[in-house]
Design a protein around this ligand. Structure first.
Ligand code: 5GP
Ligand code: ZN
Length: 115
């Protein structure tokens, strides 16, 4: 998926409607359209990266900021009992949008391993 046709690039650019809960120059977060729990937020780098398979140590600052956002949002949504951070890589994992995103899911107890 090229950047020009990328759904999450378009949401980040506000070209497509999204329930954006945080944005900075580097990171954007918006609520999942099909939530898997009371809280389900997708946190993405503004930069188009297809998946975590492309990440290297050079992306450390960007990822550090992204995880600060994840954890701040978990606090704002009151996820005191814990939460899950998931990123799917590739077809076997069920990745359906080819722009790196971390699912922040919480507000209910969860089973492990996932399906
Ligand atoms: P993946 O399957 O790639 O790990 O996760 C993609 C996620 O994007 C899914 O949880 C799906 O519900 C969500 N999603 C797909 N299309 C849209 C959309 O147009 N807006 C929002 N907010 N979420 C979407
Ligand atoms: Zn993108």
């Amino acid at each position: 998926m090229s950047q020009a046709n990328c759904l999450f690039c378009k949401i980040a650019a506000r070209e497509i409607e999204g329930d954006i809960v945080f944005e900075s120059a580097t990171v954007v977060a918006f609520r999942d359209i099909n939530p898997a729990g009371p809280t389900h937020i997708l946190v993405i780098p503004r930069r188009h990266v297809e998946s975590a398979a492309e990440l290297t140590r050079g992306d450390g600052d960007e990822l550090g900021e992204l995880f600060e956002v994840v954890n701040d949002l978990a606090g704002k949504d009151g996820l005191t009992g814990g939460y899950r951070i998931v990123t799917n890589v590739g077809d076997d994992a069920g990745q359906s949008v080819w722009h790196l995103h971390f699912h922040l899911i919480g507000g209910r107890s969860m089973a492990w391993p996932p399906g």
